[in-house]
Design a protein around this ligand. Structure first.
Ligand code: SF4
Ligand code: SF4
Length: 153
């Protein structure tokens, strides 16, 4: 579900522009308000929705999820640590979801450039960056060669 901006709520702060990984949130040079320049290139990550301090960004629901006449409203409440989603269907039914924002404080995530450069040997590993320690485990589970043979006749 790509996003769109309610221009009357937006104050042009640019947080959505800074956070959008697809670089499709731009500030209109005439109106000084944000808009999604290319919804078809939206990753649907909702980083902009969560980052907007004015709750000015909403999602265009897909027809099978939220048919015409619906609305999808999101509310970020950092003091409660929650994101709430309110889906309103055109027949008036509502669905409400509330989720924790994340387990780390807002703004505390380091960018890739703030980490030490990886050891070149790490490129030969199938593990992702910071695995396994970031998962709080000593080692990723893996099948042993004898387990791969199980069930093979
Ligand atoms: Fe950019 Fe993600 Fe917002 Fe789409 S949902 S406009 S990709 S930040
Ligand atoms: Fe407008 Fe919200 Fe984007 Fe700020 S983060 S520019 S208020 S849409």
């Amino acid at each position: 579900m790509p996003t769109f901006v309610y221009m009357t709520r937006c104050d042009g702060c640019g947080h959505c522009v800074d956070i959008c990984p697809s670089n499709i949130m731009h500030i209109d040079t005439t109106y000084r308000r944000a808009y999604n320049i290319e919804p078809s290139m939206c990753w649907e990550c909702y980083s902009c929705v969560k980052a907007c301090p004015q709750n000015a960004i909403d999602c265009r629901g897909y027809a099978d999820f939220a048919p015409m006449g619906h609305s999808v409203r999101v509310l970020r409440e950092p003091e409660k640590g929650t994101i709430s989603w309110k889906i309103k269907f055109r027949n008036g039914h509502e669905k409400n979801f509330e989720s924790p924002i994340r387990t780390t404080p807002w703004g505390s995530i380091k960018s890739a450039s703030e980490y030490a450069a990886p050891n070149p040997d790490a490129f030969k590993s199938q593990e992702l960056a910071h695995e396994p320690e970031a998962l709080n485990i000593d080692k990723l589970p893996a099948l042993t060669p004898d387990q791969l043979k199980q069930g093979v006749v």
